[in-house]
Write a new protein. Structure first.
Length: 481
C-alpha cells in the first residue's frame, strides 16, 4: 500500500470542502512544465511506471484515518469516505522515456474532482524528480560521445534512501549503465558494480598487497584505485605489477583515479600501462564529475573507459527541481466538458484550455520536426498542411507543409482506466532502450550542452482560437463590458 497521506494538507481540506458541498464534477487536469532544466533543450519523461503503481495502491489505512481524526479538522462523514478511497480515474501519458518539451501536457488525468485533487502531490513528486534526474543522466550520456560507460555512484549523496532509489531508477532510464545502489539492483534489475575505497588500501598499508588481495578475490572485476598516495608513483607501479601477474593468468585489470587533473593523469597512466604491455587495462575516473567536465575531458582526448558519477547525477547538480505543474483544463457542467484556463499577467503562465492531445511530426528519415498541441477532438491527419501557432505569441506561426513531414504520432496514450493499469508493464531495460532510441530521432542541435536549438512546440488553430476567446471573455467580464 502507498499511504494516501503522501499529499499536501491543503489537498485534504479542499477535498473535504468539495465533499461537504456535494460539488464533485468530472474534471480534466494536465501535468506539464514550463522551462527545460539545466538550460538544456529537452527532458526525458520519467516516473510513469512508478506513478501508476502508486496510484493503484493509494489507500488510507486505519492508522492514517486515526491520525486525520486526531487533527480535529475533518468530519466523520468525510473520514468514512476516505477510509474506502480508491483512485478511479483515467490517466493518459507519454510513454516513459519519451523526450519531452515545455508546455506539453505530459500527463492528462480524467476523473472526479476529489480524485484529481488528492493525487496532485504524489504525481508531481514522482514525475518532477525522476524526469529531472533522467534528463541529467541523458545529458551526461551524450557528453561522453559514446566513449565509456556511466556508473551511477550516488547513493551516499542522494536525498535520503527513497531519493536514492528513485534516482538510481531515473539515471538508468536516462542512460546510466550500472549503479552502486544494491537495493536498486534488486528492485529494478539494474546491473550493480563497484570498485574499492581508499580505506581498502590504507588498511593493508601497502598498495601492492592491497591490490594483490583484491585481484585474488575478484579476478574478473579487478579495478584498482591508484590515487590513495601517489597516482603516478606507487599507485600505478603497484597496479602494473598486479596487472602483469593477472595477464599471465589470462585476466585483465582496470584502474580508477578519483582526484587530481584527470586529463593529465589518465593520459600519463595510459602511457605507463601500454608501455608495460597492459593495453587492455581499462581506466575509470570519478571525482565530482558533471556533463561539462565530461565533455571537456572527451574533447581533450582523455583515454577514459568508464565514468563514476555521484553527486551531480543523483541530485540534479545546479538544478534543484523540474518545476512541473498540474492545472485544471476542463470541468463538466450539465454533462458537457467546459474548457478552463488560468490567466496570468505573464502570458507564458496562462494555461492552455480544454482536453488536449500532443502530436509529433517526423520527416521521411524519421527525424522529429516539431510538436503540435491540439484539442483532443481535432483530426490531425497526414497528407495536408498544418498551421503551427507560437504558444505565447498571438501572431507568430508557420505552416508544416504536407511535403515536409511523413508521419504524425500522437503522444498521449491511455495508461490507466478506472484506476487500473491497462498496459503491460515494460522492464526498466526496455524503457531505457526506448528512451535512447527515441532521443536519436532528434537533431544534435537540440541536444547541445550549451545554447541548444529550441524545439518547436506549437498550438493548433482551434486551440489557439479557443484560448484567445476564453481570455477575451475573462477580460470582458472583469471589465464588465
Amino acid at each position: 500500500m502507498t499511504s494516501a497521506l503522501v499529499t499536501d494538507f491543503y489537498e485534504l481540506t479542499m477535498m473535504q470542502g468539495y465533499f461537504l458541498e456535494h460539488h464533485n464534477p468530472r474534471v480534466v487536469f494536465d501535468m506539464f512544465y514550463r522551462t527545460n532544466p539545466f538550460n538544456g533543450g529537452y527532458t526525458i519523461f520519467t516516473g510513469l511506471e512508478e506513478l501508476v503503481t502508486k496510484l493503484e495502491e493509494f489507500r488510507f489505512s486505519k492508522e492514517d484515518i486515526e491520525y486525520l481524526r486526531s487533527l480535529g479538522k475533518f468530519q466523520e462523514s468525510f473520514l468514512d469516505y476516505l477510509s474506502s478511497y480508491r483512485f478511479t480515474g483515467d490517466l493518459y501519458a507519454f510513454d516513459e522515456g519519451t523526450p519531452a518539451f515545455p508546455q506539453e501536457p505530459l500527463i492528462r488525468i480524467e476523473t472526479n474532482m476529489l480524485d484529481a485533487q488528492l493525487i496532485e502531490s504524489i504525481l508531481l513528486n514522482t514525475i518532477n524528480f525522476q524526469t529531472l534526474i533522467a534528463t541529467k543522466a541523458s545529458r551526461m550520456k551524450l557528453a561522453t560521445k559514446g566513449k565509456g560507460s556511466i556508473m551511477e555512484f550516488g547513493l551516499r549523496r542522494a536525498q535520503g534512501m527513497d531519493g536514492a532509489l528513485s534516482a538510481s531508477r531515473a539515471c538508468y532510464v536516462g542512460g546510466a549503465d550500472v549503479t552502486s545502489n544494491t537495493l536498486a539492483g534488486k528492485e529494478f534489475g539494474i546491473p550493480v558494480a563497484g570498485t574499492m575505497a581508499h580505506s581498502w588500501i590504507m588498511l593493508f598499508g601497502d598498495e601492492y598487497k592491497a591490490f594483490r588481495a583484491f585481484a585474488d578475490i575478484y579476478p574478473d572485476n579487478c579495478i584498482l584505485l591508484i590515487d590513495t598516495y601517489d597516482t603516478l608513483g606507487s599507485g600505478i607501479d603497484a597496479a602494473i605489477k598486479v596487472g602483469l601477474e593477472q595477464k599471465a593468468k589470462g585476466k585483465k585489470i582496470g584502474i580508477r583515479i578519483d582526484s587530481g587533473d584527470l586529463s593529465y593523469l589518465t593520459k600519463a597512466a595510459r602511457a605507463r600501462l601500454d608501455e608495460a604491455g597492459l593495453e587492455d587495462a581499462t581506466i575509470c575516473v570519478s571525482n565530482d564529475l558533471n556533463e561539462q567536465i565530461i565533455l571537456t575531458l572527451i574533447n581533450d582526448g582523455a583515454p577514459i573507459d568508464s565514468w563514476g558519477i555521484g553527486t551531480h547525477l543523483v541530485t540534479g547538480g545546479n538544478q534543484a527541481a523540474l518545476g512541473g505543474v498540474y492545472k485544471l483544463s476542463a470541468k463538466e457542467e450539465n454533462g458537457v466538458y467546459i474548457p478552463t484556463l488560468k490567466i496570468s499577467s505573464s502570458y507564458e503562465k496562462t494555461t492552455n484550455p480544454g482536453i488536449k492531445q500532443v502530436y509529433r511530426f517526423f520527416d521521411k528519415n524519421g527525424q522529429a520536426l516539431a510538436d503540435l498541441v491540439a484539442l483532443n477532438d481535432e483530426r490531425i491527419e497526414t497528407g495536408v498542411n498544418h498551421i503551427f501557432f507560437h504558444p505565447f505569441s498571438t501572431q507568430d506561426m508557420f505552416v508544416m507543409r504536407k511535403n515536409t513531414y511523413a508521419e504524425i504520432r500522437p503522444l498521449l496514450k491511455k495508461q490507466m482506466e478506472n484506476g487500473k493499469r491497462i498496459n503491460p508493464s515494460p522492464s526498466l531495460k526496455e524503457i531505457q532502450q526506448n528512451s535512447l532510441e527515441l532521443l536519436s530521432h532528434f537533431d544534435k542541435s537540440y541536444k547541445r550542452q550549451v545554447n541548444p536549438h529550441i524545439y518547436k512546440v506549437s498550438l493548433s488553430t482551434k486551440l489557439k482560437n479557443l484560448k484567445g476567446d476564453l481570455i477575451m471573455q475573462a477580460k470582458m467580464a472583469e471589465d464588465k463590458i
